[in-house]
Design a protein around this ligand. Structure first.
Ligand code: FAD
Length: 318
């Protein structure tokens, strides 16, 4: 069964890929195959959500990294020859996709944000030059492979518990070229800002680390989370790495983004362009961030933010 294949190590990301995978499969009249990592229950769900076939990869031992699956995935792809193979662009997903593509001697379009079928070929679009251009790629080799950033597409919703499909299980993988010797949690853990409905984002206009509390208060009143620009996380280390937005950071899609003391360089704004409403506060009226803002306040954040928080808290109490 060739057709469209999707791989995600996580169930929710798998559902997203099923959505886009199914639309491509329907357009070309082929079948949809999904991989489930070590969990038959997940495989069954994928069938209920539209996969015609599911490969259940075997559970991994503690010392086996996810990349252990690469030879097995590449081998089955070599045998069955899918037309299209999509991967969730998670940290591990990108690693696996690149290795599978290398083994299959085919190309890989990374961080694809739009996919379509034109003249029976997969047309892949990705952002280029920090958001200044959109590149269209067609792959001449097979399978046509791409990684898709998570939350780019909505998940499938039409569950049908009567849907039938083929489930194939892989044999356990005993040998592994790389062994995990130790796992350590990150020193600073924080929430997942890619899921936040409201984000208050701080930039270098915030002068001192203790002043982050102004932004945190505003975020709390609005039931949102705190995010930042790259210098705040990478240079000043005031906030965890996973909370910075942009080209080399996270891509977010909140209902409301409030930027405080952020200039609006393209490397940052490329990560916020899908926000529903963008509000910004900057004391420089020529700051580029205002060009992409729905609402902007030219003013000193040290004056505007406490006032805003106070007024919002007052309205909330009413
Ligand atoms: C390859 C590459 C990748 C990058 N990737 C990313 C990325 O993923 N994400 C990212 O964020 N950056 C990224 N950058 C960095 C990016 O180019 C900018 O340097 C960065 O986004 C600027 O952060 P900022 O807006 O916080 O700071 P600044 O550009 O210094 O802006 C600070 C703003 O605060 C305003 N301000 C100052 N004081 C106040 C006040 N009291 N009240 C109100 N406003 C005030 C100023 O007018 C100014 O506009 C990348 C750079 C490179 C080269």
């Amino acid at each position: 069964m060739a057709g469209v294949w999707v791989f995600a190590e996580n169930y929710e990301h798998g559902l997203e890929l099923l959505q886009i995978g199914r639309s491509l499969a329907d357009k070309t009249g082929v079948e949809l195959t999904a991989f489930a990592c070590g969990d038959k229950e997940v495989g069954q769900q994928y069938i209920y959500y539209g996969a015609h076939q599911v490969f259940i990869l075997p559970p991994l031992a503690e010392d086996q990294p996810l990349e252990t699956y690469v030879p097995a995935i590449a081998e089955v792809a070599r045998q069955e020859d899918p037309d299209i193979f999509l991967f969730a662009a998670t940290l591990r997903g990108k690693e696996i996709a690149a290795r599978v593509a290398a083994r299959l001697n085919t190309g890989l379009c990374s961080e694809c944000i739009e996919l379509d079928i034109k003249d029976n070929k997969l047309e892949m679009k990705r952002v280029l030059y920090g958001g200044a251009a959109l590149q269209t790629i067609i792959c001449k080799t097979r399978p046509q492979m791409a990684t898709i950033p998570v939350h780019t597409f909505t998940s499938v919703t039409d569950l049908d518990n009567t849907r039938q499909g083929i489930i194939k299980e892989f044999d356990p993988i005993s040998s592994t070229p790389v062994k995990v010797r130790d796992r350590q949690p990150r020193a600073q853990e924080s929430g997942d800002i890619t899921r936040s409905r409201v984000l208050v984002c701080v930039g270098r206009g915030v002068e001192k680390e203790e002043d982050l509390k102004l932004a945190r208060e505003l975020a709390e009143i609005l039931g949102g989370d705190l995010a930042c620009t790259r210098p705040i996380a990478e240079e000043l280390h005031w906030m965890p790495q996973e909370t910075y937005i942009g080209l080399s950071g996270q891509t977010v899609k909140p209902e409301l983004y409030i930027g405080l003391g952020i200039s609006g360089q393209i490397q940052h704004t490329t990560g916020i362009r899908d926000s529903r409403i963008i509000c910004t506060i900057n004391k420089d009226e020529d700051a580029p961030i205002f060009k992409i803002s729905d609402y902007g306040i030219v003013g000193d954040l040290y004056k505007v933010v406490p006032f805003l928080s106070q007024e919002l808290a007052r309205l909330k109490k009413k």
